[in-house]
Ligand binder design. Structure first.
Ligand SMILES: Cc1cc2nc3c(=O)[nH]c(=O)nc-3n(C[C@H](O)[C@H](O)[C@H](O)COP(=O)(O)OP(=O)(O)OC[C@H]3O[C@@H](n4cnc5c(N)ncnc54)[C@H](O)[C@@H]3O)c2cc1C
Length: 525
């Protein structure tokens, strides 16, 4: 059999994995990407809308990418550079209102989050007043770490050290924004690891323990010093080749593309299609994964075809991975990870500057959840006005549902689009006082779109690592939103690390025994 490697899933993780593989595999190795639906990109999706003679974009999933000095932020920019998408990038500069102003809807009004020491002088808004009290509480309260459990919920952790208000007013809002999930279910160990560790290892609470954690993390990072130095050198070479692009990105706080974020997944798909040794199969969900003869892994497709390869990189959501291995034993990560469903309602008004405040948008904490069906609202036109293309309009996106989707709107599979659109318009009326009639309202439902890293996640991830080792004769790795962070840059860096640092692409005839989870897990030891 000719050498081949299969990538399951054509979302941003699968596309970037195939891209990095295509750059690195020997020319004799085929890279096959299998996507179940008819389109590539997964949750990365930009639609075109038309109203009042105007054409504009509506983001249905991710909308902006963060800049910064992290490895993952750099990895995405390098990808943008490689794909020659530099000229299509649009940015929110660091000094823009979108970069500085993020709000929390609390006590019936928008509370601007502090963005620096200046906020202490101008006074803290009501939602944030609990924060200095919480910090003082942690500094003055004796250690009260539970010794009988290896994890606890974010709500329990924050309430125990900083006071319940800090979670009810602030942390719950932030987690609604990232995970669309409730902090009473989410894992403190997985999502607030430095703080969780500071509490465990320090003698006097979280804040005093953070110094020790920073020391531990410097020691841990030392093992990656060579890799980081090489990566920085690669970026500085790119800087010399395209200084305008990299300088502009230094000034940016976040970015997307003129025609929307799908430019990135489309760019990857287009370049992959022209690669001699890449084959993309769409419209064919994988239905079974099994070990085959000749030391290969077999993926059975819906039409009965069997795709054989020496290694499989599986980027599917956990509930889909489970289905592929229905005939095998399972593990807790596959069986017990809930996914949040989110309705993304894109609303456009035929007027500029319609919001009462400028900023990125606002999030809704638990303290205000009783009076709201929304998780938060993004002010798209304020964040990236260039995407309006000079048209006289304001685009906003209301996110609804999350952990409460079924309770509020019924099953995501059958929820009424009209009810979601009405709820979004009602949210904008109630929260922002927007009384005029929108020119366009359109809801899309992301059923089971964001994995919830619930209490016990790290232990389940470790068990998943062992489980993956036992599948397909050591010929499968996993990567994607369910492992080590769902943000696009995290999906991309994990795909790149797998291909650049963990798989041995010159010895695919041997089982790789690389699960893709090694480095993520070791970060929690
Ligand atoms: C509403 C929303 C807003 C978000 N906002 C942001 C943001 O602003 N910034 C950010 O960084 N991140 C954001 N995220 C997170 C980020 O977009 C996702 O975590 C990321 O896109 C996941 O990519 P993926 O490739 O891992 O998974 P997916 O996008 O889920 O891709 C998996 C692919 O596998 C395919 N598939 C499923 N089953 C099979 C099968 N049996 N056989 C073959 N193929 C199959 C699917 O059709 C899909 O194309 C957001 C997510 C959502 C849902």
């Amino acid at each position: 059999m000719a050498a081949a490697i299969t990538v399951l899933g054509g979302g941003i993780t699968g596309l970037s994995t195939a891209w990095y593989l295509a750059q690195r595999v020997p020319p004799t190795v085929a890279v096959r990407l299998i996507e179940g639906s008819s389109r590539l990109g997964g949750w990365m999706r930009t639609d075109q809308r038309h109203a009042n003679g105007m054409q504009f974009i509506a983001e249905r999933g991710p909308r902006t990418l963060r800049t910064g000095s992290s490895r993952e932020a750099s990895a995405v920019l390098e990808l943008v550079d490689d794909l020659d998408l530099r000229s299509q990038v649009v940015t929110a500069p660091k000094h823009s209102a979108a970069a500085r102003n993020r709000y929390i809807y609390y006590n019936g009004e928008l509370n601007c989050m502090p963005s620096g020491l200046g906020s202490l002088i101008t006074g803290l808004p009501p939602a944030v007043k609990c924060l200095p009290r919480g910090i003082w509480k942690d500094l003055s309260k004796a250690k009260n770490t539970p010794t009988d459990a290896s994890d606890e919920s974010i709500h329990d952790f924050i309430s125990r050290r900083f006071g319940e208000e800090v979670d009810n007013n602030l942390a719950s809002a932030v987690m609604h924004g990232i995970y669309a999930a409730d902090t009473k279910a989410l894992s403190a160990r997985a999502l607030l690891y430095p703080f969780w560790l500071a509490d465990r290892t320090g003698k006097h609470g979280v804040i005093r323990g953070l110094r020790r954690v920073a020391k531990l993390s410097r020691a841990r990072n030392a093992q990656f010093a060579v890799r980081e130095a090489e990566e920085q050198l690669a970026v500085s070479r790119r800087r010399s080749a395209n200084p305008e692009f990299w300088d502009a990105m230094d000034e940016a706080s976040m970015y997307s593309f003129r025609d929307g974020i799908q430019t990135l997944s489309d760019g990857l798909a287009n370049r992959l299609r022209s690669h001699a040794n890449v084959e993309i199969i769409t419209g064919q969900p994988a239905t079974e994964a099994r070990s085959g003869a000749d030391n290969c892994a077999e993926i059975v497709l819906a039409d009965g075809r069997v795709v054989r390869s020496q290694h499989v990189v599986n980027t599917l959501p956990l509930h889909r991975v489970r289905k592929l291995f229905e005939k095998s034993t399972s593990n807790a990560l596959l069986d017990e990870t809930p996914y949040a469903s989110v309705a993304v309602v894109n609303v456009a008004f035929g007027k500029k500057d319609i919001t009462p405040v400028d900023g990125f948008g606002y999030l809704i904490p638990r303290a205000s959840a009783a009076s709201s069906k929304a998780l938060g609202t993004v002010f798209d036109s304020c964040t990236l006005p260039v995407q309006d293309g000079g048209a006289e309009l304001s685009r906003l996106t209301v996110m609804l549902g999350g952990a409460r989707f079924n309770e509020l709107f019924g099953s995501p599979a059958t929820a009424s689009k009209d009810a979601l659109e009405d709820a979004a318009v009602e949210t904008l009326r109630g929260h922002l006082g927007l009384r005029s009639t929108p020119i366009d309202v359109d809801a899309s439902i992301g059923e089971q779109c964001i994995p919830s890293y619930t209490v016990g996640y790290i232990d389940r991830l470790k068990a998943m690592h062992k489980w993956v080792q036992g599948q397909l004769g050591g010929r499968m790795s996993v990567v994607g939103a369910a492992y080590g962070g769902p943000a696009v840059p995290q999906c991309i860096i994990h795909a790149r690390d797998l291909v650049h640092h963990h798989l041995n692409l010159d010895a695919l005839d041997k089982p790789q025994n690389v699960t893709g989870l090694e480095e993520i897990i070791s970060g929690f030891d």
